[in-house]
Ligand binder design. Structure first.
Ligand code: ATP
Ligand code: MG
Length: 575
């Protein structure tokens, strides 16, 4: 490939729309352009990276016994109704109608469609196990599309679905995917962790997420400093870090706190520590109003709250809604007397039980209570683990301190069990002729998100540093002077030679200064740069520079080819 024949519109300036390093660099390197929020065009170089990731994923899925097919993007509403998810999916689903006003959606995921296929085509245990996958666009009208490819509304996913006759079959399929995913992300040159995740409404099933470690990650994970425990903070159980205080209950006291609303403001105004303040937050769990109490220095874990309540949706209540319900300005709510103002269920984190003589909103403007005590001044409906794990919380496996890191979820594997096969009637006959539901699993990888995650993890101030396995081209050839016909001839020869030896190479034949080409090469992140200058013509020497290490080596032309062939071959297999 010649740069002159390609479309690689690199940018000097950082585009204003770009909100993370990977987003900036993919735009600047001419790989990506925005069409609408969360919707992008992949330019030729970006598309090559995507194709390389897909190829790695394909190889590993096939090695694990997966078989590729292609399901439709447009899916009829009926099948979603049958599985009970048409309404549950909410605003995230792109919905449309055909000319006959029949309802359809753009597939956000494909459990329904594939289970429908299997219920028609698979009748006997002899046809199982089956591991079917596709690589395709998915559509989700995300509340906050952002970070470029990281959270798009149209994105590319590999989704595999496993079908087994029993639990032990599912366990085998799950392990195969677990191992295949580990190999995939290693081959993509990523540093990642596998963490336990929250199974959500399905409950009880195993699920793991594959997290690429990066400060810009939207997910938070905790991992143990001693054993192998690692989990999404949404999932990690928390022990109370307090012990029951033995102090005496002091008399409840109303104090004036004009204009003081947040935990920080109350702590500063009253001269108390945030951990003695009761934080009261309001949510709608499906349509029921809920108050969640945690210590002032803690954060509510909405996933745990949702699970405790057995709700399918949990949404924070708006300020206007709170004021309407309780007739109190935001910031002055507290549990004493709250239930008398409006029907509300109160759930509290375990640590709240240990709080003696706490500070809480007094449910009237500009006032708080001192010495609020559970049992005397208010009751709760349920106590539970409702807070987000923090640095220093204890490992649920071995008791050592946990550490906190941010991660990008690039993949998730999930034991579904019989949720979809039961709802849609996907059954088989076992050896005895008994009809049993098929046991399913689902396994997703964000192909485009993996591309962004790789850039997030592998870059420097000059640009992207692709691993050989993902690079749009493995090497670039640059003549120092495009006007020097001998140099150009030499560069052309070396380019042809590399091509003939199966090296994925691009030739920067543009009539531009060498400096411009060097800058572009660094920005785009080709793993190897070959420079053809005067010494090439006079001494047959080519300069080889490795993007990742910065190492520069001079080699004679013929030797250069062999050197690159050997080294790239090793690197292609994964770093
Ligand atoms: P998230 O929690 O980040 O919204 P999810 O749990 O909804 O993701 P899954 O349904 O498990 O995602 O989808 C499988 C994979 O698809 C994810 O691990 C992720 O890599 C990718 N993915 C999901 N949503 C998006 C998106 N909006 N843009 C790009 N990739 C996505
Ligand atoms: Mg997920």
């Amino acid at each position: 490939m010649r740069v002159s024949q390609n479309l690689i519109p690199t940018l000097k300036e950082v585009p204003a729309e770009a909100d993370t390093i990977s987003h900036q660099l993919l735009l600047r390197a001419g790989m990506l352009r925005r069409v609408a929020a969360g919707i992008y065009t992949l330019l030729p170089l970006g598309y090559r990276v995507v194709e390389k990731i897909k190829q790695i994923v394909r190889e590993e899925m096939n090695n694990a016994g997966g078989v590729e097919l292609l399901l439709p993007i447009i899916q009829p509403a009926e099948i979603w109704h049958e599985a009970g998810r048409w309404d549950v999916y909410g605003h995230e689903m792109f919905r449309l109608q055909d000319r006959h006003e029949r309802n359809f959606c753009l597939g956000p995921t494909h459990e329904e469609i594939i289970t429908d296929l299997i219920r028609q085509e698979v009748k006997s245990y002899r046809q199982l196990p089956l591991l079917l996958y596709q690589i395709q666009n998915k559509y989700r009208d995300e509340r906050r599309p952002r970070f470029g490819l990281m959270r798009g509304r149209e994105f590319i996913m590999k989704d595999l679905y496993s079908f087994d006759r029993d639990e032990s079959g599912l366990e085998t399929s799950y392990q195969k995917m677990y191992n295949a995913y580990s190999r995939i992300f290693s081959r993509c040159g990523l540093s990642f962790r596998i963490v336990e995740a929250d199974p959500g409404a399905i409950g009880g099933s195993d699920t793991h997420e594959f997290m690429v470690l990066a400060d810009t990650g939207e997910a938070e994970i905790v991992f143990c400093s001693v054993c192998d425990y690692a989990a999404n903070v949404e999932k990690a159980p928390c022990q109370p870090r307090t012990s029951p205080s033995a102090g005496e209950f002091k008399p409840l006291k109303l104090v004036s706190t004009p204009g003081v609303r947040t935990v920080q403001e109350v702590a500063a105004f009253l001269g108390v520590e945030p951990q003695v303040i009761l934080k009261t937050l309001f949510y709608y769990a499906d349509s029921e109003l809920i108050a969640v109490l945690v210590r002032g220095d803690r954060a509510v874990n909405e996933t745990k709250a949702k699970n405790l309540l057995g709700a399918t949706q949990l949404e924070i209540a708006s300020e206007a809604e709170i004021t309407r319900q309780f007739k109190i300005p935001i910031g002055y709510a507290g549990p004493p007397g709250l239930k008398e103002r409006a029907p509300v269920k109160i759930i509290a984190d375990y640590e709240v039980k240990d709080l003696i003589n706490a500070v809480a909103g007094a449910n009237q403007p500009d006032h708080h209570y001192l010495n609020v005590n559970l049992g005397r001044d208010y009751e709760v409906d349920t106590l539970g683990d409702l807070r987000i794990a923090e640095e220093g919380d204890l490992c649920p496996k071995c008791g050592a301190p946990l550490h906190l890191k941010r991660g990008i979820e690039v993949g998730q594997i999930f034991k579904l069990g019989v949720k979809y096969s039961k709802a849609l009637g996907a059954t088989i006959l076992d050896e005895t002729g008994k009809e049993i539901p098929i046991i399913m699993g689902c396994y997703g990888i964000g192909i485009t998100r993996t591309m962004a995650a790789a850039v997030e993890q592998r870059h420097d101030e000059n640009g992207i540093i692709w691993p050989v396995s993902l690079a749009p081209y493995e090497a670039v050839v640059i003549p120092i002077s495009h006007r020097d016909s001998l140099q150009v001839k030499f560069a052309e020869e070396i380019y042809q030679n590399l091509l003939a030896h199966g090296i994925d190479v691009i030739y920067d034949d543009r009539p531009e200064r060498a400096g411009v080409k060097f800058k572009d090469a660094d920005l785009i992140g080709y793993p190897v740069r070959l420079v053809v200058g005067n010494r090439a013509v006079s001494e047959n020497l080519v300069e080889i520079k490795w993007r990742a290490s910065g190492e520069i080596i001079l080699k004679e032309k013929e030797e250069a080819i062999n050197y690159l062939k050997n080294n790239l071959n090793k690197l292609r297999k994964g770093e």
